[in-house]
Write a protein that binds this ligand. Sequence first.
Ligand SMILES: *Cc1c(COP(=O)(O)O)cnc(C)c1O
Length: 380
Amino acid sequence: MNIPSNKHYWTEKEEKNVLDALARGQLSGDGYYTERVSALIEENFGAGKALMTTSGTHALEMAAMLIGLEPGDEVIMPSFTFSSTANAVLLNEGKPVFVEIKPEDLNVDPNDIERKITEKTKAIIPVHYAGVGCDMDRIMAIALKHNLRVIEDAAQGVNAKYRGRYLGTIADFGCYSFHGTKNYSCGEGGALLVNQEDTQIIKKAEVIRQKGTDRWLFLRGDVNKYNWIDTGSSYSPSDLLMAVLLAQLENMQEITEKRKAVYKVYRHAFEPYERQGILKIMQIPRECEPNYHIFWVIFNTQEMRDFVLKELNRQGVAASFHYLPLHSSPMGKKMGYKPCDLPVTEKAAKCLLRLPLYPGMTEAELHYAIQSLAAVIGAL
Ligand SMILES: *Cc1c(COP(=O)(O)O)cnc(C)c1O
């Protein structure tokens, strides 16, 4: 049996919407479906303003542009994340400052954020790893105390909550991803959430998104032609993709429930191994309601993890690992970091195992994955 790490989950709605979008004939950005998706995100999640983007990466880039970094300004973020979080800052002449994560949920450690604040610190980018919220109360309090902007990298955190509030809506900006590997997906896509009343910021975001023009005023019918007014790029997605995404978001609860069912089976299956002291299972803080994006465990040693990973893969179960931490990557080394700078992050990267998790996973597939795991761990 072959079990992929991830698999899309379509209903009939995606196909129906795509055909409808084709029939409408307007496939460029900001059409019928784009408007419906952003309205759904604003209403459902309580976001200030949701601007749909071509990717989560682009949402992060827009947020980094909007906080007005000066060359050399420092932005604190975990090293345990995807390169996009750091690139957004580098592309805007800022300097990423990597901090440590907490071993129990692999989310950024607020104590290390405080330790690494300097006079040049401008912002914090917490990453909600695996769809589990960071300690936002502490992070927002630190930001308030030091007058810092906060951008939530909620690429994995769509439809998950922290103290009853949706991830991505808590800080100044939130960034979502709808990439093929994420819970709710249209292949490539994202959203920038602007959670501020400041109409100037929203206007600036619209201009950046529309190639530096006031095209959004034109689309609203306020002006009869649009002008180039500032620096910008092209971040609005095709309406065809938004047609797919609307169907996904309308099926959000069903997708989440199905993921949760798989997650619970894994948790139950791994508990005996945790009691034996071989590994630790991911923890979900009481104040967090996750979206079951990832199920992960951390083995005691890299040898164990590598053995289990290799054997599961050999049996067709696409277990995987990540991230290669940014601070110990070739780019991180160029920036002057050494692997030993962030030991918790290093350990996580070396000992973490992710299990296949997708909504359409059949009982037979799940059973096979767990049986394979039992056999492999038995051979440790
Ligand atoms: C997926 C992801 C991104 C990038 O999103 P894309 O839509 O693939 O550009 C950024 N940050 C994190 C933490 C992610 O998981």
